[in-house]
Structure formats: C-alpha cells, structure tokens
Design a protein around this ligand. Structure first.
Ligand code: DGI
Ligand code: FE
Ligand code: FE
Length: 199
C-alpha cells in the first residue's frame, strides 16, 4: 500500500527539499510546515499556502556564502552591510529566489513569507506572521525560554505572539553578544506598539 498523495505540488517540493538540506533542517521544516498549517486554520488563512510556505522557508539553508549572496541579490532588494557581515541572515532573501527558481513558487505572499522569516518586518501579512511564529514554536524546538507561553499565545493572538518572538530573539542575541539587525528591532517595536503586548 503506497501513501496517498493529495497535494502533488507539496509532495514534489518536499522530496526535492529532503535532498537539498540536512536531515535535521528537513525535520525542522516539516515541523514549521505543519505548525503553519495549524495557525492558518486558527486565523482563517489558506491552509495549503501556509503548509507550503512553512515547508520551504529554510530552503536556502546550507548554500555557500557566495551562493547566498547571489541568490539574495537576485530578489532585487537591498543587501545591508549587516547581512554581508552575518551571512546566516541571507538565507531568508536567498530562500525567496530558490523557492521561485527551483521550487517554481510564483505566489508572492509565499515568497515574501520566506523572504522576511528571519528578522520579520513591521506590517507583516498574515502569512508572514504565521511563518515567522511557526518557525519559533514548531514541535522540535527546545530550550527556548517561555516556549509554552509563546505557543499558547500563537493560537490566541498572533500579533502579541510575534512581539514575544522578537523579544526572545533580541534577548538571545544580546546574551550571545551578537549584533542585532535593524529589522529585528523595528519588527519588535512595531508589534509591541500595535498589539496588546505586555511585558
Ligand atoms: O533558520 P532558523 O535557524 O530556523 O531560524 P531563523 O531564520 O529565525 O534564524 C537564523 C539565524 O539568524 C539564527 O541563528 C539567529 C540569527 N538572527 C536572527 N535575527 C538576527 C540574527 N542574527 C543577528 N546577528 N542579528 C539579528 O537581528
Ligand atoms: Fe530560517
Ligand atoms: Fe527555520
């Protein structure tokens, strides 16, 4: 008995992704994909689109620095000095290009959700918030402070949950003495001020 494949596009992407990133990253991607689908159910968003966006959000992980830079550049977006200095940030923009070229994704909302999944940005679309939060709360994540609280909030108020995720990231980066990207700070500021976030 073979597995019944309902969504051919999803399954084709899944197979290609499995052969393109590490096993650990693949397991994480499936976790984000399923979590994004659940959040889409909660907030009345297209479940298939969220499932696919979550699946592919880290599709550029594992590329060389040179390939990341080239792919990120192809979005036509500005690449900051911060991104040049911290190439791990580039897998988001690069991912939008890889999703388009390699995985044949044409949906702009999906491409944007991949493009902005690492730092977030102010005024994110619902899908951008879904992927941003799902990336942080997926079932395989461990060792994150207040993870239970963030997971519950994700299904209560996605804007407050977005602010929680930003807050945690900034705390983590500060503790690790890493430079914090302007977008990370702007995203936190925006969702802190434009939600019922409380410390
Ligand atoms: O790709 P993931 O590991 O699933 O998660 P991610 O895309 O959210 O983040 C990838 C890395 O980017 C992670 O090691 C933290 C880092 N990062 C996120 N925001 C910033 C950042 N690094 C710096 N230096 N500054 C940031 O603002
Ligand atoms: Fe990522
Ligand atoms: Fe991720």
């Amino acid at each position: 008995m073979g597995t019944i494949v309902i969504d051919e596009q999803y399954d084709n992407c899944r197979k290609v992704l499995k052969g393109s990133i590490s096993h650990k990253r693949y397991i994480h991607s499936i976790g984000v994909s399923d979590t994004a689908a659940c959040l889409a159910m909660r907030y009345g968003y297209d479940v298939k689109k969220a499932h696919l966006a979550g699946l592919l959000h880290d599709c550029a992980k594992g590329l060389s620095e040179g390939d990341l830079l080239t792919a990120a550049f192809m979005t036509g977006l500005e690449i900051s000095q911060m991104e040049r200095d911290n190439p791990e940030l580039l897998h988001a923009k690069a991912g939008a290009t890889i999703a388009k070229q390699k995985y044949k994704i044409e949906d702009k909302e999906i491409l944007d959700a991949i493009c902005y999944h690492t730092t977030g940005r102010p005024e994110m679309s619902l899908l951008e918030k879904i992927v941003f939060v799902a990336d942080y709360i997926e079932p395989n994540r461990t060792g994150i402070p207040s993870l239970d609280r963030i997971r519950a909030m994700a299904f209560t108020d996605i804007d407050i949950a977005t602010a929680y995720v930003c807050r945690n990231c900034i705390d983590y980066l500060q503790r690790a003495s890493k430079q914090i990207d302007r977008s990370t700070i702007d995203t936190f500021k925006y969702y802190k001020e434009n939600s019922n976030y409380e410390e």
